[in-house]
Design a protein around this ligand. Structure first.
Ligand code: GLV
Ligand code: MN
Ligand code: MN
Length: 412
């Protein structure tokens, strides 16, 4: 089978999608169910329909674009990723997997190949945790990792519930219906940029993921006492931000001293109340992200962080409340799909690196209900989640070709 990836079409689609953003180029910001996300969804649906695929959406907005196989009742071969983007992001995170997936399907259709198993492109809702505080919302619901009841309790930063927001966006079905039936997928394969520097450093064009690291996130709410920045003398203070500062350093130290380079911890949000230069901070909210390839070690680090927060708050006489948002387990990729990806690489004499995904992806949750695999392409300097994120056209096309061949192999 000879496949042609339409490079110009793929690259121009990536540019077109990047232009649908809440920020000025080159910055991409596309928060789930925002006007730009809804516009991007509409644009994506039109692309899928133009490609001859049948589109359906579930109650949380996960979008499936289907190419029927010769046995439409057989299990499905899935591919895809997400199009939501964190504030101040770039063009490629998630998008390469969605538009690369669409291009892979188009290349297969145009080659005359006819799959036995239907092939579906899946665009997941809210892979990014920006709006509802929890990443991979769509895939958590699809896999049953998050119940409909728990999802209904989620609120955004403005206090709106997920139910209100999704209904207003036009997704009015029952959240109970989102979970996929057992055995729905024969295989799921996600193409993504690496979001790290290893492929580029080693000059290897493709990474085949063997394992996806275990992420956890928590909110730390610190309450001290506020007051006048001039009037309250230092011995009398219980400054919530000073306590938070010590906690942030304790969190960094817990990850640095875990004994493994694979442990990472980040405080990405620090909200200070009331946020006035002449007012002592009375409340602080920290958002903490902790990851590891080893679940036990990740959990030990979380306990260390919890203990540090409590001893710092006791010392400074502030109160602290830790709210665990998620603590997920790692996932293994499926050996049979890894082998199909490797065979395609070997066929084209492409070097590949077996690697761990340190970022999380929707595949982490789909792995609970299906055999999954992920294919990584390099990104410049390993940059991601920033506007200068970049993947080269050659790498994007190469990844799409290997994806297309692998979809063919597993859908026969
Ligand atoms: C996904 O965007 C992640 O934060 O790993
Ligand atoms: Mn991301
Ligand atoms: Mn992503």
């Amino acid at each position: 089978m000879s496949l042609t990836i339409n490079r110009d079409r793929l690259l121009s689609e990536i540019e077109a999608l990047a232009s649908i953003s809440e920020a000025e180029p080159p910055v991409v910001t596309r928060i789930v169910f925002s006007p730009s996300d809804l516009k991007a969804r509409g644009w994506m649906k039109a692309c899928c329909e133009e490609a001859g695929l049948t589109v359906r959406e579930d109650a949380v907005g996960n979008t499936f674009a289907r190419w029927d196989g010769s046995e439409p009742a057989a299990s499905v071969v899935g591919t895809g990723s997400h199009i939501d983007a964190i504030p101040n992001a770039g063009k490629y995170d998630g998008v390469v997997g969605v538009l690369g997936g669409l291009e892979a399907i188009q290349a297969l259709r145009q080659s005359g190949f006819r799959p036995k198993h239907s092939i579906e492109l899946l665009i997941f809702t809210a892979e990014e945790p920006t709006r509802f505080g929890i990443g991979c919302l769509g895939s958590r619901l699809l896999s049953g990792t998050l119940s409909a009841d728990a999802a209904r309790k989620l609120t955004d930063n403005g206090g709106a519930t997920l139910d209100e927001v999704r209904r207003e966006a036009g997704f009015t079905g029952e959240l109970e219906q989102v979970k996929l039936p057992g055995g729905y997928y024969k295989a799921f394969i996600e193409l993504h940029i690496e979001q790290g520097p290893l492929l580029e450093r080693q000059q290897i064009p493709l990474g085949i993921v063997t394992k996806i690291a275990a992420p956890a996130s928590l909110r730390v709410l610190i309450e001290g006492s506020g007051g006048h920045a001039g009037g309250v003398l230092m011995p009398d203070r219980h400054d919530a931000l000073c306590a938070a500062a010590e906690m942030i350093l304790a969190i960094e130290s817990a990850a640095r001293t875990s004994g493994a380079i694979d442990t990472v911890a980040t405080v990405g949000i620090c909200d200070v109340f009331p946020g006035a230069v002449n007012s002592i901070p009375s409340k602080v909210r920290l958002s903490v992200d902790i990851r590891d390839t080893d679940l036990q070690r990740r959990n030990i680090v979380m306990r260390t962080i919890e203990a540090a927060c409590h001893s710092i708050s006791a010392k400074r006489q502030v109160s602290t409340h830790n709210e665990l948002l998620n603590a997920d387990s790692p996932a293994d990729c499926a050996p049979a799909i890894i082998e199909a990806l490797s065979q395609s690489c070997r066929r084209h004499e492409l070097k590949f690196l077996p690697m761990v995904s340190r970022a999380y992806h929707d595949s982490l949750f789909i792995a609970r209900i299906a055999p999954v695999a992920m294919l990584f392409i390099p990104c410049r300097n390993g940059y991601s989640h920033r506007p200068d994120e970049h993947a080269s056209p050659e790498d994007i096309v190469r990844g799409t070709l290997v994806l297309a061949e692998t979809l063919a192999t597993v859908s026969r």
